[in-house]
Each structure stands twice: as C-alpha cells, then as structure tokens.
Design a protein around this ligand. Structure first.
Ligand SMILES: Cc1cc2nc3c(=O)[nH]c(=O)nc-3n(C[C@H](O)[C@H](O)[C@H](O)COP(=O)(O)O)c2cc1C
Length: 233
C-alpha cells in the first residue's frame, strides 16, 4: 500500500509534455502537443499496437469496468485515505501487507500499529513532495523505530549495485527499483530489463569484493562512512 500519494505531486515535466492535454480527448487542447507524437511514428505505432493508454484492472468502476489511466488523478483527489483504511484492509486481507512511502519514525510506528508486515522507506523516487529526505538518510531512524518487528525495504535512486550495498549495509532487508529497470525496458524491451538487472547484480558483486565481503550478510553499518553516517566502531 502506497501512503505518500494522497494526490499526485506537481510534476513539471509532465505539464510541459502535455500528457494531460493529449489524454483529454479535446482536439483543441491536443493540437499543440500532437507534433511530438507524430515525430516518433515507430513509438506511436508500438504504443497503439500495445493497446494504447493503460487501464487499471484492479480498480473496477461499477458499470464502467477498469479505471482508465487518465481518471486516476481525479480519483486520488476525490478520495480521503487514513490510517484506519490500513486497519480495515488488515481485517479483510489475510496476506502480508507492505506499507510504502514511510520516511520517519512516527509513520513507521503507525504502519506497524495498523498491521503492516513490512515497510518501504520511500520518497516515491522524489516524484511526490519536493525537498523530502533522501531515503538513505531516513533509513536509520525508521529502522530504530521498527526495532526488528518488521522487514524494512528502501527505494529511491537505486541505479548501481553500490547503491544497493549501501542500503543493505545500513540495515535495509532489500531494495526496490523503479526507473532503473524502466530505462532498460525503454531502451531494449524485455532484454533491456534483464540487462538493467544484470548491471545491478554485477555491481553488487563487484562492490562486495572491493569491500572484502564474501556476501551481503557480511555488511553492517560500519561500511558506510560520512557526516550523516558516522562510523561508531
Ligand atoms: C513512471 C512511474 C510510475 C510510478 N507509479 C507508482 C505507483 O503507481 N505506485 C507507487 O507506489 N509508486 C509508483 N512509482 C514510484 C516507484 O514505485 C518507486 O517508489 C520509485 O520509482 C523509486 O525511485 P527510482 O525510480 O529512483 O528507483 C512510480 C514511479 C515511476 C517512475
């Protein structure tokens, strides 16, 4: 469950790209932006062949079917989500719940109280509220608050194996990857995703070897030094 998306962030590139206008269906609004689609005919063809704009089959609107991508922003703005919703989902869902978007001790404790089994320290890749903490800096506080009661994962800016090693050394159980795999997908489709994962995997191995560690379980906080992470021993 993502808890940092009460509304969409102000994504200025999206405004400039005219995504909203292109999705509006209003020809007058679309015209100024159509040129960028026509300039990329191969991409456009692929996009249309692939079914065009995605739908969300896990959000079913009675009488209409799966929610259309362009309706998500408005739906978010109409909804009010609180911690009680997680409590309600906890009662309805027997499987594990992972709460994503935690950046401090208070929210970490609330997530556990509401029944979360794991927490993702995430700032949504910097796509929601500008100027929030880098996740690596928020991680120690969250780990202290969780105190081993749940697994803690991290995402945001993972681009290299060494980024993963830093997060694991500071105590994350695992990391999540957003754009790194998407860049591979955009560049070369499925094989590009494989390549992106391989870059991360080999980067982990290389970093561990350079640190003199046989495996990730050998990592601890002492491997990350710097003003924000003073080495204690
Ligand atoms: C195109 C795009 C769409 C995303 N959509 C969602 C989403 O629907 N729900 C969500 O929790 N996070 C979403 N995220 C955020 C990612 O799950 C993740 O937190 C973030 O991308 C991590 O940062 P990174 O891209 O630097 O790895 C999205 C990210 C991108 C780039």
């Amino acid at each position: 469950m993502t808890i940092d998306t009460a509304v969409a962030g102000q994504r200025e590139r999206d405004l400039r790209n005219g995504g909203r206008e292109l999705l509006s269906g209003d020809p007058l609004k679309m015209v100024p932006h159509v040129g960028q689609l026509l300039a990329r005919p191969a991409w456009l063809l692929d996009f249309l062949r692939d079914g065009g704009m995605m739908k969300f089959p896990n959000v079913v609107i009675p009488g209409e079917g799966a929610m259309a991508y362009e309706d998500v922003g408005a739906a978010l703005e109409r909804s009010t989500v609180t911690w009680q919703d997680i409590t309600w989902i906890r009662a309805a869902w027997q499987g594990p719940i992972v709460v994503k978007g935690v950046l401090g001790a208070g929210d970490a404790r609330r997530a556990l109280d509401a029944g979360a089994d794991a927490i993702v320290v995430s700032n949504h890749g910097g796509r929601q509220l500008d100027c929030v903490a880098p996740t690596l800096l928020a991680l120690p506080e969250v780990l202290d608050a969780v105190a081993g009661r749940a697994e803690v994962y991290l995402d945001g800016g993972i681009r290299r194996g060494s980024d993963i090693v830093k997060a694991i050394a500071l105590g994350a159980r695992a990391v999540l990857v957003g754009r790194a795999y998407a860049y591979g997908l955009g560049a070369a489709g499925g094989p590009g995703v494989g390549k992106a994962i391989e870059i991360l995997r080999s980067g982990i191995v290389r970093t561990l070897r350079l640190l003199g560690c046989l495996e990730v379980t050998a990592l601890d906080r002492s491997y990350v030094d710097g003003p924000d992470f003073p080495v204690s021993s």
